[in-house]
Design a binder for this molecule. Sequence first.
Ligand code: NAD
Length: 346
Amino acid sequence: MPVFDHPEFDHHQQIVFGSDEASGLRAIIAIHDTRRGPSLGGLRIFPYASEADALTDVLRLSRGMTYKSALADLPLGGGKAVIIADPRRDKTPELLRAMGRLVDSLGGRYITAEDSGTSEADMRIIHEATDHVSGLGRRPGESGDPSPYTAHGVFCALNSAVRHGLKREHLQGLRVAVQGVGHVGEYLARQLHAAGAQLVLTDINRDALGALAEELGAETCAPEAIFDADVDVFAPCAMGAVLTPAVVDRLKASVVCGAANNQLATPAVAEQLHARGILYAPDYVANAGGVIEVEWQRRGDYARDAVMAHVERIADTLDEIFVRAIAEQTSPAVIADQLARERLDG
Ligand code: NAD
């Protein structure tokens, strides 16, 4: 399994493979870049089909965190951790403590957090073995869930994208397709509804979908049909790699803006979106609200208004990206990566 020659290797500073025989831990921590601060990124527990898949995921996700934190103006670098295991079957306190020891061995260069397959309760167990855990310093009344902040950031991003892509100043009557009404998608749908948008919702969990759609007067469709919905905006809020060449060919929307990580199946899809005249809000810019909230909560002078103001600056960053992308006739994804590298090098 090549590491330095891996297609997703991007001069990562450190890649740590950790194992613990007693608990069965098999984990990889990737520290991509610490020039702006310690690397922060979630811990994902997933039954990867192979070690190679786990390495690909952690390399890509850790680089994404570097770019996300740089463009969100956070004093953080990018890192990520994965455990190769089934969270429903293999997640034991012993496994989490062993992971905590591995995180601790890096002396704070990597700070862990929740991600898919891990919860706040898991972070508390990891904290028994290391201080380098975010998401535990909340005071009473503070949310333990960054999703509302992620959703608010996506909402602000969507407003920016609609201004630049559709030349519309408000969302009244705008038709938006939301793919996935989980933690983030539900908050986003509510906010869009409150702003006057008409929604088409889908989810593989039909129970949650029906109740929400009724409450918001939204249409629903089968998961596969969401790409054909006759809408102005497509908001992917489910899983990654959703924007394949075939999906982009089907989209009727003029704007893509959602919460999901790694929406582009391949980098070339950004050019395809651009060629089709679809304005794409780069995912790691749009969905940074959660990590912004996590960082405020980590630094200890948490104030909700200040957090919200910081989250709302996502729209300013996107305004800058869209203006440059339109002037240079290229994809916003290309400009976002350029801007992130400028901030890292500057
Ligand atoms: P979640 O698991 O709560 O919600 C995802 C929803 O998508 C679920 O309801 C699931 O049933 C649905 N779904 C899965 N596959 C689907 C499909 N093929 N078609 C339709 N629906 C499908 O996750 P979340 O926390 O809401 O996060 C959503 C996305 O945003 C993820 O990609 C996540 O990585 C990303 N993200 C989340 C946050 C956060 O603060 N939670 C921050 C940044 C990025």
